[in-house]
Design a binder for this molecule. Sequence first.
Ligand SMILES: [Zn+2]
Length: 445
Amino acid sequence: MKKNLAITFTAITLVGLSLSPMLSASASDSGVDMPDAFGDEVNNVIFLIPDGFSTAYADSYRLFKEDGPPIWEEKQMLKGMVATHSADSLITDSAAAGTALATGVKTNNGVIGYSPEGEELESIVDLARQAGKKNGLVATSTINHATPAAFAASVEGRNDYEGIAKQLIHHDGIDLLLGGGREQFQSPEQGGIREDGVDLIGEAEDNGFTYMETKRDLLATEADSSKKFLGLFADDALLANFGPSIIEPSLAQMTSFAIDHLSQSDEGFFLMVEGSQIDWVGHDNDAAYAMKDTHAFEEAVKLAVDFAEQDKETLVVIVGDHDTGGLSIQPDDEFNPSNLHDVSMTGADMIQLVDHSFSNLEEVITEETSMTFSGDELERIKKSNDPKMALNTLVSEKAGMAWTSDNHTAIDVPIYAYGPQSTNFTGTIDNTDVFQGIRQALIGN
Ligand SMILES: [Zn+2]
């Protein structure tokens, strides 16, 4: 039972727990299938950001998975730990964290693309463009949300969504934008919410972008290196990924299109892919959503790794911008993350289905979680002034998972890398060092 010994050791090291060998999940063996053909040359970087992801998410996900270790363990991608504090706070927000990862400069919480002194910063997208490379940004949030924004916009306040959207489509280094946020690119007459009344999708088309609006559009469109692509697949963020959507593409489908398109350039490319909603999971303490969104993220990582193995000159980097939720795990035979497989929707969505008198509470949550709830547990939800959080806390307990916060925390986050120059990220490093490692690989000194 070598595999079970491996996981027990890892879990004890991280959170001081012991695991039953009955659990089927397994960490990878040391005999990794590592292609030895990687040289030192980097032409492309695929930077995947699971927003809010910590080691406890990784450990939970290892126990949740039933078909072998996560790709980052199978390929032994773990390189080090990253400190995430911002210029003005030990606990960063996504704007300052995104700016550090994209530009190598720590700024104040809430600020995107400017230093604390107000100096406009150059991002890795700017540097890649100057080196003749193509750039793409992919997210499951609105595409003008803080993390993707940090790579191609500069605003004093992260809530300037109209300003960010405009900068993204006019940035001369951006060749591809895929995510949500359609209403922030449209005037009220078009069904959007832009207060300036501008038709930004029209402006994007005038600026050379081909526009896509549905999964069908994305899957039917040929990648074409002479074109730029704007895909806005939802009015607001994309749906929580509890299974395939008819209308919206998955993160993996967007990532696949992005790699197909950007890799047609001989000069190379930089692609940022954000698993945006892992952070929202942490804010809501929603264990099932955490596992489902990490799964959707892993599917995108697999595509990046496959491409890197074929291409040989692609560096893949994975790091969260900070932890969200302060998750820990105390699993045993009865209560562990594998209990979350049959949960069909977020806790927030379940509470939406419950009437004001809670008369259908038990029916809804039993059906949508495939778990049983005692009378005391149902009372805990009914009596709470935040029934969604009470439900999510209970479901997390039934998965052996517990949260210490409904916000970001200050703990370091794990960094994973694969391909040439993946050792640029070894040890305990700062979030600004992540930028330096990517810059050094993609641009050189
Ligand atoms: Zn974040």
